[in-house]
Design a binder for this molecule. Sequence first.
Ligand code: SF4
Length: 189
Amino acid sequence: MKLGEALACWPVVRQLREGDPLGLGRAAQSERSRALKPRSDEADHVVQSICPYCAGGCGQLVHVKDGEVTHIEGDPASPISRGRLCPKGQASKSYVQSPLREYKVKYRRPYGTHWEELSLDEAMEMIAQRIVDTRAENWEDETEDGNPANRTMAIGNLGGATLDNEENYLIKKLCVGLGIVQVENQARI
Ligand code: SF4
């Protein structure tokens, strides 16, 4: 390195040349940090969304590039969260893209010691058949007092916090239609 270049790298010289006498701005930046760009800079477009995790309904900005979610951050325009997200909301990109995400139905049969993979059709058929059988075997026309019941107490439904309003509405409709009256959601527990 020539003497001039070496002197130019000296912090005091950089502070004076770059108008940063206290060394708190550009003069203190390394070349690497000077070249850094926000991940959100590369997005093709940004979509406003709502965090799916809990009933808080915090606003999100979802950055998308080539059809893939690249980054999720809080939406400052949201009157609810005003740009903030809790750790769950900040990590919600993993809800879509985590390498740990399961794409196959896992089934552990009674007394089984390992998980088996099932096709979605097979799993849906098993669930439907169990509901039909359990409902038929445990149907109650009347309560113990002789009042009309038309219900089964042998099946319950517990929803998770990632279910949205519309999904919960449909689940409740389905349960009530089947005579299932024990319907609860994790968000209320
Ligand atoms: S960011 Fe956190 S508090 Fe807000 S909706 Fe998501 S999970 Fe709930």
